[in-house]
Design a protein around this ligand. Structure first.
Ligand SMILES: [Zn+2]
Ligand SMILES: [Zn+2]
Length: 240
């Protein structure tokens, strides 16, 4: 059946429309424009270091070295820039789900860094919750759409009901301190028994300042979560 569909609708690059080998992939030219995060990177938070630095097998950024990591483990597939925005924005705002396939595939790739010999494997995935008002306006939670293929790959469940989010004004134009204040208290654990003792992987499309991940982690840990990990398609990388 897949073969027949491929014949009728050959897989195409969502950015330029060129034929590609499989759905959910970019053509080589578009792939090359994305600033994928490789090594070396911070072993805990995934912060990318300059390519020519040899920092040993488990380098730490200054934030994680000081024990101030936002999460117990965090990765992003690529840097947030003009190229990754071309994938992310149509997905986020117009529901173009073929971009979502590219994003979740890239995130599954970034999960390969997870070292199950030193960290307990995630038990469940919680997509960063959207307030009901936003889901109603948009029609879907983009983080939940990204989470499903990742959960299928890891063979763990997605939990979209244990944590709720209160509606607040958009954070678009706020700085880091204002974002932290604006996000404080928006998440509520509704079903603590699903959280207690669990190793939770939270999923979002983009990490900007880390304030959302950080607040969600705080709430999950307070509800008894063991470890809280995170994965996003892209992240803002600023000098630290
Ligand atoms: Zn292309
Ligand atoms: Zn770090």
């Amino acid at each position: 059946m897949t073969k027949i569909l491929d014949f009728l609708f050959p897989p195409s690059c969502p950015l330029c429309g060129d034929n590609v080998g499989a759905d959910g992939t970019l053509c080589a030219a578009c792939w090359g424009k994305i600033n994928w995060i490789g090594n070396p990177k911070c072993w805990v938070c995934g912060y990318p270091f300059p390519a020519d630095m040899d920092l040993g097998p488990r380098p730490l950024c200054p934030v994680c070295a000081a024990g101030k990591s936002e999460l117990d483990w965090l990765r992003s597939a690529c840097v947030y820039d003009a190229a990754s925005r071309e994938i992310m924005l149509p997905f986020k705002h117009s529901g173009t789900l073929k971009f979502g396939r590219v994003m979740s595939n890239a995130m599954i790739g970034a999960m390969r860094d997870f070292d199950a010999s030193t960290l307990p494997a995630p038990d469940l995935i919680i997509p960063v919750p959207l307030a009901y008002f936003r889901i109603w306006k948009r029609g879907y939670n983009q983080a939940a759409v990204l989470a499903r293929p990742i959960a299928a790959h890891l063979e763990i469940p997605v939990d979209v009901s244990s944590v709720r989010r209160t509606y607040r004004r958009d954070m678009g134009h706020l700085n880091q301190r204002q974002r932290r204040e604006n996000i404080k208290g928006v998440f509520h654990v509704r079903r603590p028994k699903n959280i207690v003792g669990k190793n939770i992987l939270i999923v979002d499309d983009v990490m900007t300042t880390g304030a959302t991940f950080s607040e969600l982690r705080r709430v999950l840990k307070r509800a008894g979560a063991a470890n809280v990990y995170g994965i996003s398609f892209c992240r803002v990388v600023k000098a630290i």
